[in-house]
Design a protein around this ligand. Structure first.
Ligand code: ZN
Length: 67
């Protein structure tokens, strides 16, 4: 995923950190992370990107077990 311009804020509700990564809204909807508005690009800070990665990794592992 692409890097983010300086000065862009994380879009997670209540989070005021600067964004580090951008994801598609679809990717983020697969986690429990809730973002403001309904933009197609979602900007996440370091911490929320880590949370997203952790949650979606768990999901991929569950899918793997299911098949
Ligand atoms: Zn954040």
């Amino acid at each position: 995923m692409g890097k983010v311009d300086k000065g862009v804020k994380c879009m997670v509700k209540g989070c005021d950190n600067f964004a580090e990564r951008s994801l598609s809204a679809e990717q983020v909807s697969k986690s429990s992370i809730k973002v403001e508005g309904s933009a197609r690009r979602v900007y996440l800070c370091h911490d929320h990107y880590k949370q997203w990665k952790k949650e979606t990794k768990k999901m991929r592992e569950l899918e793997h077990i299911a098949y």
